[in-house]
Design a protein around this ligand. Structure first.
Ligand code: TZP
Ligand code: MG
Length: 227
């Protein structure tokens, strides 16, 4: 099977900030040591230079590819799937395990044609009808949120607990929660039927990424038993 529910439990997404390259890969490795069960490389445009906040570093295709290859090698070592956000062509070129695409990105059918049946395709679906369509069109899992307020994605629309639970219970493919999830609030999603927790800032803002991830993994693994 290309993706099991338990592989989605601790879904770690790279931050839209510094660092880049090897330093980013080192941080991702800390999360893998702590128990990340799947990794998504997510890069958007440019990021702020930590040495000078008035400057930005552009995420060029070359840098993105370099980061993808570094993180892919780590994921192989830790035996967890490696996904790329948005960039279906890069995923195909380097034979990533999967992609995560949004409602405004490439349609699933087109991504499937490029990637083939063995590659994981995850879709963002924040509305019930989008989630049902994602399932019908062949997505392997759905990401839904924002389940809590988040400062990481400006346009993330908040989803009520009930609406999130309804999505989880209405489709046979796994649903991952995203948006504002922390070690302290993740318990609130217990009993929704979710498959996993997708997290950026609570993990990468911590000085000890490995220990933070392992506490999250302990909680997640108690809550997201396959059913
Ligand atoms: N999609 C919906 S909310 C979000 C994304 C990518 C950001 C999640 O980041 P954080 O820091 O875990 O809230
Ligand atoms: Mg996208």
């Amino acid at each position: 099977m290309k993706l099991t529910r338990s592989q989605l439990a601790v879904y770690v997404i790279t931050p839209p900030t510094y660092p880049t390259g090897q330093e980013l890969a080192d941080q991702v490795e800390q999360s893998l040591k702590g128990g990340a069960t799947i990794i998504q490389l997510r890069r958007k445009g440019s990021i702020i230079d930590p040495k000078d906040s008035t400057k930005t570093i552009t995420i060029t295709p070359e840098l993105m590819r370099e980061e993808a290859l570094l993180i892919q090698a780590l994921c192989k070592q830790y035996n967890v799937p490696f996904l790329i956000d948005d960039n279906v062509q890069l995923a195909a070129d380097i034979k990533a395990d999967g992609v995560h695409i949004g409602q405004d990105d490439m349609p699933i059918a087109e991504a499937r044609k490029i990637l083939g049946d063995d590659v994981i395709i995850g879709l963002t679906a924040n509305k019930l009808d989008d989630a049902i369509r994602a399932y019908e069109e062949g997505a392997d899992y759905v990401g839904s949120g924002a389940v809590f307020a988040t400062g990481t994605k400006n346009d993330a629309t908040p989803l009520s607990h009930k609406a999130f639970e309804t999505i989880c219970r209405s489709i046979p493919i796994p649903v991952v929660a995203i948006g504002g999830i922390t070690e302290s609030n993740m318990d609130q999603l217990d009993t929704t039927g979710l498959a996993g927790f997708a997290i950026i800032s609570d993990i990468f803002n911590d000085a000890d990424i490995e220990t933070k991830t392992s506490r999250i993994a302990q909680k997640a693994n108690r809550m997201v038993l396959p059913h």
